[in-house]
Ligand binder design. Structure first.
Ligand code: SF4
Ligand code: SF4
Length: 251
């Protein structure tokens, strides 16, 4: 017993005390700061190097729903694209993920998630989620696992992943949704009782990501339902997901 207590003392307090104000390392790629005036040749090098066609011209913009945050565009853009470490990137509207030259993080974050009393009333104190890996690479799924660990401890907010959609208030989708997983995803969604949430986590779930052109996908499910929250990344850091979720249910 004494040894156990000594060990606990040695470990100290491991949870991140305030997940809302915690910062990520400077090298973390979060919100992109775009300055089109620094582009050479219309930033063609950046546009061409992007593996997911996330960059558009006129005006220069990055679609965070497609971006895998590889940093290649930053390397070749002559300073026109720089990723900041601002990580609160969740939003309720797909088009808000398109970041244009001159957009600032503060204005993005202010409008990204508008507070809704009904959402707060229903899910603000307890939210149970069922995760569906619809052909993800396991990157997003591993980060989702981390939300429950001692560092992030999402349970302290009443948010948990549950084993059955029957016990869930909503589903979290990861992966680009393969033909094989499409029926299981639909079944899972139908098994959650109303009112229910749908959260898309990662570039794959939001846009197909690196696999968007694959003929092995079946993303019709997304045409039929409304996504309530988008969490971009590849994979999103746990703080991206947690802050998006807390903004959504408690803002
Ligand atoms: S960081 Fe995003 S926008 Fe830039 S090249 Fe990679 S995927 Fe494309
Ligand atoms: S978004 Fe990236 S990390 Fe997530 S499933 Fe797709 S490839 Fe993997």
């Amino acid at each position: 017993m004494l040894d156990l207590l000594k060990l606990r003392k040695q470990h100290g307090y491991q949870a991140i005390k305030d997940l809302r104000t915690a910062k990520l390392m400077d090298t973390h790629r979060g919100f992109p700061v775009i300055d089109e005036s620094k582009c050479k040749d219309g930033c063609a090098a950046a546009i061409n190097i992007c593996p997911t066609n996330a960059i558009s011209s006129n005006p220069l913009s990055i679609d965070l729903g497609k971006c895998i945050f590889c940093g290649e565009c930053e390397r070749v853009s002559n300073g026109a694209i720089k990723f900041s470490n601002d990580h609160k990137l969740g939003t309720v509207q797909r088009d808000k993920l398109i970041i244009t030259s001159g957009n600032s993080f503060n204005s993005f974050y202010k409008d990204a998630i508008e507070p809704k009393k009904e959402i707060h009333r229903l899910f603000g104190r307890s939210l149970k989620l069922r995760q569906v890996s619809a052909a993800g690479c396991n990157g997003c799924e591993m980060e989702l696992n981390a939300y429950g660990n001692v560092n992030f401890d999402m349970g302290r907010f009443g948010i948990d992943f549950v084993a059955s959609p029957r016990h869930a208030d909503g589903i979290v989708i990861t992966g680009p949704i393969s033909k094989n997983m499409a029926p299981a995803l639909t079944d899972c969604y139908k098994s959650v009782s109303e009112p229910k949430l749908v959260i898309a986590v990662g570039a794959c779930a939001i846009s197909g990501g690196l696999f968007a052109e694959s003929d092995q996908l079946n993303r019709k499910f997304l045409d039929e339902i409304k996504i309530d929250l988008y969490v971009p990344g590849c994979p999103p850091h746990p703080l991206v997901f947690i802050n998006a979720l807390l903004d959504f249910i408690r803002k």
